[in-house]
Design a protein around this ligand. Sequence first.
Ligand code: GLC
Ligand code: MG
Length: 546
Amino acid sequence: MADATWWKDGVLYQVYPRSFQDSDGDGVGDLDGVAMRLDHLAWLGVDAIWLNPIHPSPNRDWGYDVSDYLDVAPELGGLPALDRLIAEASSREIRVILDLVPNHTSDRHPWFLDALTGRDAEHRAWYVWADPSPDGGPPNNWRSAFGGPAWTFDGPSGQYFLHNFLPQQPDLNWWNDDVRNEFDRILRTWFDRGVAGFRIDVAHAIVKDRDLRDDPIAAPPGTGPPASADPPETFSMHRPEVHDVLRRWRRIADSYESPRVLIGETWARDLPDLARYYGGGEELHLAFNFAFATASLEATALREVIEATGVALADAWPLWTASNHDIGRLATRWAGGDEARVRCGLFVLLMLHGTPVLYAGDEIGLAEVEVPESRRRDEGVRADGRGRDGGRTPVPWTSEPGAGFTRPDVEPWLPLGRVTTSIAEQRADIGSVLHWCRCLIRFRAALRGSRFGSQEMLDAPEGILAWRLGSGPVFVVNLGSRPARIDLPGTIVLASDPSREGDTLDSALDGWSCVVVLDPQAGWISDADAARGAAFARHVRWEGGR
Ligand code: GLC
Ligand code: MG
């Protein structure tokens, strides 16, 4: 447990608490529910869970509008439930990571309620206020991520306040030292309580341009050179000063005997920009790579982004994810619900050099659910205009009514949809996606501690993505529907089609299938083990039992 770099070898797992497990029959998942399912996570081989926001919130943006940073929402079980969860998780060597939302508070947060009382209020300068522009309109041209201007007028004080998201999510003023000091205290409070780290919401955008300058406007296509050489959102986001705040938090995280981990939601401009959030070891430990997450499951596209990540993050540790509560689920986005594709997607996600993040449900290839208009909960919008509810529906634990998520007679807060598979059914089937996922995690664990050197993408025929980990294993996946051939020496030790384990890779690889090949010459495992590759695979598949 004391390993200071556990987050490098580990597998992280995102829990959307409201949709994971309901323990009290109110149709809403809660923290005692998460604790009830820890055995599943331990069996799967997860090292840490990241919980989406659990603080009291009016839930205009489902917890991303915090009204008290130092408490836990009553419907999730309150502080005692978090303490129980941390203790239960820790007894299984699973760490608990919280979501920090420093960009904005809820408009019901006492700080904002105070700020609304007038220009002289104690917390007025904790938020970003500005006078109207000369024509009476918003102070500048910044846009809310959810559409419309990022400014709302406050009649009584005659000023506008800034909100990068909903008007009910006023942005904090990170130029204010009181805000900085208060967040230092918030971080320490949770770290002292045993929290292992934070996923930091909107980590690339909390500091705004001090002078609130207009964002550059892109010229309409075909109208000549752009009006400005600066990319859009130059002043409303991506400010260089955000790095000061990240460094400050890193110092706090590192001051603990068992260092805490900082993971950023970093919608970076490009991969070199992403690398900057690691700050040469002085800022984030891990930063979400959305270039990868939003790429399609296609060999050329993935090779490009993986190679570019390798170059940009030469001195930093990559973080890979393909699903979350905003972008949706990999089983739908990457795989269109097709099981073979899900297996290949999980293979890429879990076998690349770096740390993978699974989103609850990924392990069974859970697809998004069509949420009818009348059941919609989310007011935000996804870039593809589809809304985010479909990727936030409850995890199906069993195939009974209520899906083991809640009581059979209770309507869950978001619909379960048609439950076509469940964790229990897949657990009972050694050939399931769930067992495949666990097998990949166990394979990763077997690599733990081995130092192969860096990852190298291999030239491969169309449709195939292949990479070698230093002098160690070679990973090959056919991301096309046609069989394809690649000749590599060695023994197949793991395959989506288990009948190939123990063979050599001298015949074509089926469409949408994947293998790990070990060359005995590489000397990673003993010759005898390599020769008995199938035995090794069986060991990975079976050791530890069902
Ligand atoms: C992040 C969260 C998203 C939320 C937004 C505003 O992008 O992941 O769910 O709506 O921040 O807090
Ligand atoms: Mg509940």
